[in-house]
Design a binder for this molecule. Structure first.
Ligand SMILES: O=C(O)CCC(=O)C(=O)O
Length: 181
C-alpha cells in the first residue's frame, strides 16, 4: 500500500529519532525509507508463513531492516508475530512453494512460499503491546499467527535501506527510495 505516500502522520512516525538513531547505528551509515505496509488483519485471517524479508527485497548485505509496529496489543491468538531468534545468522535459507494458498484479506505473497528452518532454532511468539516496535533483521525468519480472536489486528510495517544500497523494487510492492523527515 505504501501509505506513507498519502500520510504525513505515518511518515513522521517512521522518521522517529529513536528508530532512526538505532538503524543508523546498525548500518553505520545514513538510512532512507523504502516501503510501508498497513496490515489490518480481520478475525479469521491466516498469518504469514515463515519467511525472510530479504528473499523478496534482495538488498545488499547489512543494508535493509524493518520496523514492525504493533497498533493493537498482539499475542499468539490475534495474529502476533512468530520469530526464530538468531536465525538471521544463517543468511539466505531455502524456500519452498506453499501449495495450500487458499486465504483472503492477506498480502498476495503472505503464504505463497515457506522457509526451511534448521531444527536448532525454536519458534518464539512474543506478546507486544500497542505502540511497541520490533526491529526485524533482513534475514530473521518470522511468520505471524492466525488471528483467531474476534477483533482486527492492526500493524504498520516500515522498511528502511542503507543509502546507496541495491534492492529489488518488486512487481507488487513497488519499492521506491524516499527521504525520511
Ligand atoms: O504482520 C504480519 O502479519 C506479518 C508481516 C510480515 O511478516 C512482513 O511483512 O514481513
Amino acid at each position: 500500500m505504501n501509505p506513507h505516500q498519502k500520510s504525513n502522520i505515518l511518515l513522521d512516525a517512521m522518521s522517529h529519532p529513536t528508530i532512526i538513531e538505532f538503524i543508523e547505528g546498525y548500518f553505520d551509515n545514513t538510512v532512507m525509507g523504502l516501503q510501508t505496509e498497513f496490515f489490518f488483519m480481520p478475525p479469521n485471517t491466516k498469518g504469514f508463513t515463515p519467511h525472510q524479508d530479504n528473499t523478496y527485497v534482495q538488498a545488499d548485505e547489512n543494508s535493509f531492516i524493518s520496523a514492525w509496529i504493533a497498533l493493537t496489543d498482539v499475542n499468539e491468538n490475534n495474529g502476533g508475530l512468530i520469530i526464530w531468534p538468531e536465525s538471521h545468522n544463517e543468511k539466505k535459507l531455502v524456500t519452498i512453494e506453499n501449495k495450500n494458498i487458499a486465504y483472503k484479506n492477506q498480502d498476495p505473497n503472505a503464504r505463497s512460499r515457506t522457509t526451511n528452518i534448521p531444527k536448532n532454532y525454536n519458534a518464539y511468539s512474543p506478546c507486544v503491546s500497542e505502540g511497541s516496535v520490533m526491529m526485524i533483521d533482513s534475514w530473521l525468519v518470522h511468520a505471524s499467527n492466525n488471528n483467531i480472536s474476534k477483533n482486527y489486528r492492526y500493524a504498520l510495517l516500515c522498511t528502511y535501506i542503507k543509502k546507496g544500497a541495491n534492492f529489488r523494487s518488486g512487481s507488487t510492492a513497488k519499492r521506491k527510495l524516499f527521504n525520511l523527515l
